[in-house]
Design a protein around this ligand. Structure first.
Ligand SMILES: Cc1cc2nc3c(=O)[nH]c(=O)nc-3n(C[C@H](O)[C@H](O)[C@H](O)COP(=O)(O)OP(=O)(O)OC[C@H]3O[C@@H](n4cnc5c(N)ncnc54)[C@H](O)[C@@H]3O)c2cc1C
Length: 600
């Protein structure tokens, strides 16, 4: 008799899957899936980050990868129980491949697989030294000329990059490079992080003075070392900077501050990079096998070109260069743009006593922070979630288990509820002339972030200033030109200005590849970020995953890492395992390497 309880349903299905896959019976395995089905694989079968949509794609992948992967031991994860609600049975699962242990998540509908997530937890034989396997630290016994931990660290620092080459160089030591560096350290992959700023955390410290994280603490933990329980919900930028500096030290990272990567090239013959860096006034050439650009997706400024910028007599800069409001008391400020940075900067300038005008060219999605926290994030990332047993790792995996193709369907009701709850707020903003949107398909902030990485403001107070006219607004217009002392808009309005801030966003990360490697390589790998959703600033065709992030690119040995703190924490695991496997000579045949459809 079949066990109809959730555990029984999932176990029966997993047994059948195990049997079919072990026997190499692709068709039997495919039969276990719904017609409308998704299999998201983070590195276990595909050595790629890939969502297979529908039975045909699953069949193709299995035909190509089943024999090489040799999966086995599919079961409900130890200590977990399947659950059932609204006709969906779901469970955490475990499995193995020939070379790795995997963890995942499954959802069944009508007894067949609707969504399957398979992720690589660890490589067999290369497990991280954690828990019972943690290092001893002390070396008990007696030994002549023994080295202390400090001496060993100093010897490594003196040698790596000079007499011994790192396997991996990470360019960019912001939170992305640091979190990823920590993963590689645990996997014993010799790595150097190159950072042009002096200290870890400086990329946050150097941002405008009023900045606090827009995401709450539960979403922001770094790998291995969660924030303490007294950490503020929204970390001030300098505090997160200090945390990163501390983290870099205690995670024993080889972090080369005040070091700039000047250029790099790939030597096809030796299959290694020549990475030219400037350190302590000297040029050093590093020769890693793997080069990771963690130079920031919000770091390559999009600087507009307007007639008259060369004659403007006041201060003008991109938002990333904005020093803060202190010297602009009683000055006239014009902020071009209407997304996060524009709002934060306008509010800080207003607080400092400046006369501020925001210029909004096109619609912006606004969501009040408390509504986003309560309706958008609370189920997975909140104190309530923690209290009810949700861990960061599980929250990340639940999020990862929702295929991008249908993620908007889960998001639309959230933003509909937010619109209803904050209807008065939105009405007042519109009355002030603010042009609102909720995403092309009303799917809100997170989809905008994944698709285009821009187009929104998480309101922490500036919207009230816009609504009540404290921050003046010119909307539906663009800048025509600048004069010596003013900004002229396309509707003919002249805005006198002592300061112009261009809060005009950031460019695709392959721009970094163009700067640091070559235009050819930048074009070869193509646009970074976005899903191919065919919505504003995210042209099709559909990719199914974020372009080029955390996975192999068309350029051998070149990788992109970054994103918000959540993505950086989560995906650094899978990127580090991809590199570790390569270092150890484990076969990593990449299935479904993405094609390039857009150059930037
Ligand atoms: C105003 C603002 C608010 C944000 N708020 C949040 C938030 O609340 N939560 C969140 O998760 N994210 C937020 N983000 C996104 C934020 O950019 C990222 O979370 C974070 O900074 C990304 O880290 P990163 O390491 O990928 O990039 P960055 O922090 O940008 O770091 C990239 C580093 O690369 C270095 N670099 C670049 N070129 C070179 C070179 N040639 N040689 C050496 N070093 C180089 C830079 O100096 C820099 O330190 C915000 C971004 C901005 C701009």
């Amino acid at each position: 008799m079949l066990d109809k309880a959730p555990n029984g349903k999932v176990s029966n299905l997993l047994n059948a899957l195990d049997k079919a896959l072990s026997a190499g019976e692709v068709e039997h395995a495919v039969d276990l899936f719904q017609t409308d089905c998704y299999w998201r694989d983070l590195v276990t079968f595909t050595w790629n980050i890939k969502t297979l949509e529908g039975k045909d794609q699953i069949r193709d992948m299995l035909k190509a990868r089943l024999a090489g992967t040799k999966p086995s031991n599919w079961k409900i994860a130890d200590g977990e129980d399947a659950s059932e609600a609204d006709g969906i049975t779901e469970s955490w699962i475990e499995f193995e491949t020939e070379v790795a242990r995997g963890f995942g998540h499954i959802r069944l509908k009508d007894g067949r697989i609707w969504t399957l997530l398979t992720t690589m937890s660890e490589l067999k034989g290369y497990e991280e030294p954690l828990g019972f396997d943690r290092p001893m630290g002390a070396k008990h016994g007696a030994e002549r000329n023994r080295k202390t931990w400090k001496e060993e660290r100093e010897a490594e620092a003196a040698e790596l990059g000079y007499s011994r080459q790192p396997y991996c160089v990470i360019v960019g030591g912001g939170q992305g490079g640091i979190a990823f560096g920590a993963r590689l350290r645990q996997l014993n992959v010799p790595t150097i992080i190159i950072e042009k700023n002096e200290r870890p955390g400086d990329s946050w410290r150097k941002r405008y003075k009023s900045l606090c994280l827009h995401d709450p603490v539960w979403y922001d933990h770094l790998p291995y070392l969660p924030f303490p329980r007294n950490w503020p919900v929204f970390s001030p930028k300098d505090k997160i900077g200090d945390w990163l500096e501390m983290y870099t030290k205690v995670m024993e990272l080889n972090y080369w501050g005040s070091t700039e990567c000047k250029k790099s090239s790939y030597d096809e013959k030796s299959q290694e990079w020549n990475v030219v860096v400037q350190r302590d006034g000297k040029e050093i050439v590093l020769k890693p096998k793997q080069l990771v650009l963690a130079t920031g997706m919000s770091a390559k400024p999009n600087m507009p070109k307007f007639e008259g910028m060369d004659i403007f007599k006041g201060d003008q800069h991109h938002s990333s260069q904005h020093p803060g409001p202190d010297k602009y008391k009683n000055k006239k400020a014009v902020v071009i743009g209407s997304n996060n940075s524009a709002h934060d900067i306008c509010a800080a300038l207003w607080e400092a006593g400046a006369d501020v005008t925001m210029v909004q060219r096109s619609t912006t999605h606004i969501v009040r922070s408390d509504s986003l926290m309560e309706l958008g994030l609370a189920a997975l990332y909140s104190e309530q979630a923690v209290q009810s047993g949700m861990t960061t790792a599980k929250a990340d995996l639940i999020f990862a288990s929702l295929p991008y193709k249908i993620l908007h369907e889960f998001q639309i009701p959230v933003y509909n509820a937010i619109r209803e709850r904050d209807a008065d707020f939105y009405k007042r903003l519109e009355k002030a002339g603010f042009l609102l949107d909720y995403g092309d398909d009303d799917s809100g902030l997170f989809m905008k972030y994944l698709r285009r990485g821009s187009g929104y403001y998480i309101d922490v107070g500036a919207s009230e200033l816009v609504a009540n006219g404290s921050i003046k607004l010119k909307s539906g217009v663009d800048v025509k030109r600048l004069t010596e002392h003013s900004v002229i808009l396309t509707d003919g309005t002249e805005l006198p200005a002592d300061l112009v801030v261009y809060a005009t966003g950031y460019g695709s990360m392959n721009g970094w590849a163009a700067d640091l490697i070559s235009k050819e390589v930048a074009d070869k790998v193509g646009k970074v970020w976005g899903l191919g959703s065919n919505t504003t600033k995210d042209p099709g065709p559909w990719e199914g995953e974020q372009r080029n992030m955390w996975k192999p690119t068309q350029q051998e040995g070149l990788w992109f890492h970054g994103g918000n703190l959540h993505q950086s924490r989560h995906y650094s695991q899978f990127l580090s395992l991809q590199l570790k496997a390569r270092m150890e000579g484990i076969a990593t045949p990449v299935y479904g390497l993405q094609k390039v459809h857009h150059l930037s």
